[in-house]
Design a protein. Structure first.
Length: 166
């Protein structure tokens, strides 16, 4: 869930880990690594779906809301030198993007395509500028900056290159 004040977006999310029997809560400012905490399920009365809904309702009362589909920005992270043969690499890149965007509350990967002349991973993000910086940093840390291209998809479906800059 997200909340926007005059200057910036805040995020809040919670989920239940059935294996560890823990509730996890992650929150912060979009584009910055957030804080998190866990609560042992036995400390909370009620079944997980009801507890999570109760917490979500409380956050809605504080001004948080789900972002509408049209409010998400579409980012494409592609590698011209990778292709269909590198499908395992695509899955690894999707996971890296989920991590780098998720820990900053700025979005997630939304699948990929390796059937064209390049390998591409699609992302849904809130703040494009911060997402591009996070993606560049994550790809550099993973030593995957060779051939990296990042573009944003406009509402009319056209792509605008953001990295490398034109």
């Amino acid at each position: 869930m997200l909340h926007k004040n005059e200057k910036r977006w805040s995020y809040w999310e919670a989920w239940y880990d059935e294996t560890d029997r823990l509730y996890a809560v992650h929150y912060g400012q979009v584009g910055e690594i957030g804080d998190h905490y866990a609560i042992v399920a036995e400390q909370i009365e009620g079944k997980p779906p009801h507890v999570l809904q109760m917490w979500a309702d409380e956050m809605k009362e504080k001004g948080y809301a789900e972002l509408a589909e049209e409010e998400w920005r579409k980012l494409v992270v592609s590698f011209r030198h990778l292709s269909e043969a590198d499908v395992e690499m695509r899955y690894a890149i999707e996971q890296l993007l989920d991590e780098c965007l998720g820990k900053t509350g700025n979005g997630h990967s939304d699948g990929g395509d390796d059937s064209q002349e390049a390998l591409a991973v699609f992302c849904r993000v809130i703040d494009v500028e911060k997402a591009v910086a996070a993606v560049q940093e994550a790809m550099s840390a993973a030593r995957l900056q060779e051939g990296l291209a990042i573009s944003v998809v406009r509402d009319d479906g056209t792509r605008v290159s953001l990295y490398p800059s034109a």
